[in-house]
Write a new protein. Sequence first.
Length: 68
Amino acid sequence: MSSVSQPNQRGNGLEAAVDQAIAVCGGDLRATVRALIVANNLLESEIAELKKAVSHAYTRGRFRTYTG
């Protein structure tokens, strides 16, 4: 067995998620990878927007940092 497959054997939840993603795309691996890339790009865009919102809130003094 390769060392790459060993962590996946311990995480059955990960394997189930992989199987589910492939099944949703009708077994087409290229479509599955494409869908995951699109989803990842969407999440990265959302993170960028949230970072902007938090940054503006801090600069306007809406949030106070914890000083201990």
